[in-house]
Ligand binder design. Structure first.
Ligand code: ASP
Length: 581
């Protein structure tokens, strides 16, 4: 299959079965070892692997030269097999070498075992991509994209491309703008997601849409965030939340199998309501690969005399074996809790349970019953440490959620793959300075049917029909059932303080379209870069993107972003304000 006019097969495909055959191979010189004047070993590399070739020492080839080698496959001499190489039992002998391109010495070794400076890797990304790790990641990504596409198509979703030159979308991030040459002084906006376009497709009767969509957000870059990223974006009509969750789960599990093999063991996908996720894991993106769940001690300290515990909510985590922590470790735990927003953190070391002996600076202040219930409710065993935070509910949950990760989170390669759904997110995310609720998702998210009546009177307790998919503590994607009724949409805009004129100005075309017959609809978007990174065991999505940006948003290979020539600026009707003014 890999045979072309220039080669009979690829390097990594050669094995015992080829012994005695003549082969033509093409690739890069990975290593050269000279053994005297007349004997040289050259490791030839292509995207499938490496094969050892035996040459005459007079042949001139150097590292990373591109060559075509013709020779005969033979069994390696007794005792010289290389068990680390897939092709390690054979070699190509009697080689004739044709140099296809010479190469300068590479800026860093093309070898996974040697770590190279990030800037250097990105400046010469084409060399970096030759490394087996990058080759594996790029190909894993292609398998994931292919499986997602196949799965969506087989589930009856229709692939539609939506515009990149667009108008603001309501995802809440800063946007990239593109000046218009034909309409000077006017701008396009690059889409943060195809959100509005896909809703319009539903009005257009497409029924089930998907796209492997490029999205652009001008936000600070992080390990799991680049300016440009790819979403499996989908939307469907006449569905409920469970329909969308089912379709997404099927696609994501198909991609997981395509990436890691059919026999990969993925435990059932659990569902937590947002409230439950916060209560148990202290976060809306729970990493369920490990326990250390939060325990609620509010009832234990309900009528406490201890001031530190008189708060609306008292919660704890039990750190297994944590009783061995010394003073400085405990102090840093307390500091960590404070830096995360807690007033303090109380700790109790469980020394024994019968008789009950607990060590803590607060032990002499709590009552006997409190001590007993503390250990009982938290189900701590001797040798454990109970870390307690007393605060408002949200702070107690989120501080302990982060301490839970800090104390127990497995490494990226450990604990397998644990997907879960988080549902019933709050509709609003607290109040702004003017006391107005802030949308937690985009403003077209449908409120929970049981909570619509609370929209004006108690907006912060309104749940939405929004849901997230989480993998090993990473938010993989989100979606919602949308508002397709004008009366509910107005109530949401009212709650958000978006007046009629503003709504018309920002989303008039969508609201207008809805007047022409909008089906009930909902959708989702899966972050493909994050999914691929997790499946590849990479901590940074840069490792699974062919040409990513640096942390500061630059591309050292092309030198983007860069200044434009004055003529280009003039054509666009732009004038640049000097940097230091
Ligand atoms: N547009 C949303 C996002 O990019 C996903 C969705 O609600 O479908 O997060």
């Amino acid at each position: 299959m890999t045979a072309t006019a220039m080669r009979s097969q690829c390097c990594g495909e050669i094995g015992i079965a080829d012994v005695g055959s003549k082969v033509q191979l093409c690739g890069w010189v990975a290593h050269r070892r000279d053994h005297g004047e007349h004997l040289a070993f050259v490791d030839l590399r292509d995207h499938t692997g490496i094969i050892q070739c035996v040459l005459d020492g007079s042949v001139e080839v150097r590292s990373e030269w591109v060559v075509r080698i013709e020779g005969t496959v033979r069994r390696r001499p007794e005792g010289t097999d290389n068990p680390d190489l897939a092709t390690g039992q054979v070699e190509v002998s009697q080689c004739e070498v044709e140099v296809l391109a010479e190469a300068e010495a590479p800026p860093f070794p093309v070898d996974d075992r040697v770590s190279a400076d990030e800037m250097l890797r990105l400046r010469h990304r084409y060399v970096d991509l030759r490394r087996p790790r990058m080759q594996a990641n790029i190909r894993l990504r292609a398998r994931v994209m292919g499986a997602l596409r196949d799965s969506m198509a087989s589930q009856g979703f229709c692939e539609v491309e939506t515009p990149l030159l667009w108008t603001p979308t309501p995802e809440g991030a800063r946007e990239f703008t593109v000046p218009s040459r034909l309409h000077k002084g006017e701008f396009y906006v690059l889409p943060q997601s195809p959100q509005l376009a896909k809703q319009l497709l539903m009005v257009g009767g497409v029924d089930r849409y998907f796209q492997l969509a490029r999205c652009l957000r001008d936000e600070d870059l992080r390990a799991d965030r680049q300016f440009e990223f790819t979403q499996l974006d989908l939307e469907a009509s006449f569905v409920d939340q469970a329909d969308i969750q089912r379709a997404v789960t099927e696609a994501v599990l198909a991609a997981t199998r395509a990436a890691l093999g059919d026999d990969i063991d993925v435990p059932g996908v659990e569902t937590f309501t947002w409230r439950e996720a916060m209560e148990r894991f202290g976060t809306d993106k729970p990493d369920t690969r490990f326990g250390i769940e939060l325990v609620d001690l509010t009832a234990v300290f309900e009528s406490t005399e201890v001031k530190a515990f008189s708060a609306p909510c008292v919660k704890a985590i039990v750190v297994p074996g944590g009783a061995v922590m010394g003073r400085s470790q405990l102090d840093s735990l307390v500091q960590q809790a404070k830096s995360l927003g807690a007033k303090g953190l109380a700790w109790f070391k469980v020394i024994s349970v019968a008789p009950l002996v607990v060590e803590s600076p607060l032990d002499k202040f709590i009552s006997i019953t409190e001590r007993e219930s503390l250990v009982d409710v938290s189900q701590a065993s001797p040798g454990d440490l109970i870390a307690v935070v007393a605060s408002d509910w949200r702070t107690a949950c989120s501080v302990l959620g982060q301490l839970r990760l800090a104390t127990g989170r497995p490494g990226i390669h450990e604990g397998g793959l644990r997907y879960c759904w988080v549902t019933e997110f709050p509709m609003f995310d607290g109040l702004d300075e003017q006391g107005r609720p802030q949308a937690a998702h985009h403003p077209f998210t449908m409120p929970h049917p049981d909570d619509v009546h609370l929209m004006a009177s108690d907006p912060l307790s309104v749940r939405s029909q929004a849901y997230d998919l989480v993998l090993n503590g990473w938010e993989l994607g989100s979606g919602s059932i949308r508002v397709h009724r004008e009366d509910i949409q107005r109530q949401i805009f009212d709650a958000l303080g978006i007046g009629f004129a503003e709504a018309e100005e920002r989303f008039g075309f969508l609201l207008g379209a809805f007047r022409y017959g909008a089906p009930p609809h909902g959708g989702f978007a899966v972050g493909v870069d994050r999914l691929v990174a997790l499946l590849a065991g990479e901590e940074n999505i840069r490792e699974v993107i062919a040409f990513p940006k640096t942390q500061s948003g630059t591309d050292p290979m092309t030198n983007a972003p860069r200044e434009l020539a004055p003529g280009v600026l003039r054509d666009l009707g732009l004038q640049v304000i000097p940097r230091n003014s």
